[in-house]
Design a protein around this ligand. Structure first.
Ligand code: BJW
Length: 236
């Protein structure tokens, strides 16, 4: 890949945060933090039993608050600080490790653990504290409508108009640590490729999207991403 890239777009998934000690979703036993993802991350599960889902995310917040970025997140900062291209980060992760690493232009398409949305009025606010179904929205005053600002199965993704434009304008699309099974993010590589981007996949193993990438780099992202960044900086 010797093109001089003008617009690099990263798509990241749980694998980029694995070396920061955070669980991925689809590990071998199919459980995620001892829960089936379908029991806590669907809008139906939330509407059926909001307190169960609140408890799950209340328990997760302190762990994500104390997590620290690893060399993969930091490599993106290094690239953004030293490469002339426009560089954007579309992440499926609800952790804030890209922010903690100093990355810029971050789009959390599946939401953020430290944000709450009122389903009545749409007000979004930040907190690392617990919430429950007794809490009241400070904007509209309605009780019981606060939800973690996390995109559950069956809900629309965030920032999709912006992301669609980024996918069509990037000339290098780099997927890092995502299994490529959750749509629409799993289809992003196809759009970027159709609009002329080179495509690279960084993962520990082959994914179901394997054939859509021009190049694969296997191994832990904390090692492979800094190496790719070095290569990109040598060719800028
Ligand atoms: C490493 C590593 C290391 C490990 N280094 N790598 C089209 C076709 C079929 C279905 C659909 C479709 N369009 C929509 C759907 C339905 C649905 C869907 O995709 N279902 C499929 C599962 C079949 N999608 C949706 O509902 C989405 N909404 C939507 O499309 O709205 C429009 C619509 C509405 C109504 C009807 C129809 C359409 C919403 C998706 C929301 C996803 N939410 C979650 C939970 C968030 C909660 C939370 O974070 O707590 O987001 S699910 C979960 O999966 C989470 C993740 O962001 C997402 C992706 O997972 P990810 O990041 O890929 O993690 P893993 O664990 O799967 O993979 C980790 C990878 O890392 C592995 O490959 C490892 O090898 C690798 N790895 N260590 C590098 N060190």
């Amino acid at each position: 890949m010797s093109r001089k890239y003008k617009h690099i777009l990263f798509l990241t998934g749980a694998g980029i945060s694995a070396e920061s000690g955070l669980s991925t979703f689809r590990s071998e036993n199919g459980l995620w933090n001892n829960h089936r993802v379908e029991d806590v991350a669907t809008i139906d599960a939330y509407l059926r039993n909001p307190d169960y889902v609140h408890q799950f995310y209340n328990d997760m917040r302190p762990e994500l608050l104390k997590a620290v970025p690893n060399p993969a997140h930091l490599a993106i900062t290094e690239l953004q600080n030293n490469h002339p291209a426009q560089i954007d980060v579309v992440t499926q992760n609800v952790d804030t490790l890209h922010e903690k690493a100093g990355n810029k232009n971050i789009y959390h398409i599946h939401g953020q653990i430290n944000q709450i949305v009122c389903m009545n009025c749409g007000y979004v606010f930040e907190t690392w504290s617990d919430i429950n179904s007794e809490d009241k929205c400070e904007k509209c005053g309605i009780t019981g409508m606060l939800k973690p600002n996390i995109v559950f199965f069956g809900e629309n993704l965030l920032y999709m108009n912006k992301v669609d434009a980024l996918l069509k304008s990037c000339d290098l699309f780099v997927s890092v640590g995502t299994s490529g099974v959750v749509y629409p993010a799993a289809g992003f590589v196809q759009i970027a490729k159709m609009f002329g981007a080179d495509t690279i996949e960084l993962n520990m193993e082959k994914t179901s999207n394997n054939l859509l990438f021009d190049r694969h780099i296997y191994g832990p992202a904390g090692t492979t991403l800094p190496a790719l960044v070095k290569e990109l900086l040598e060719n800028k």
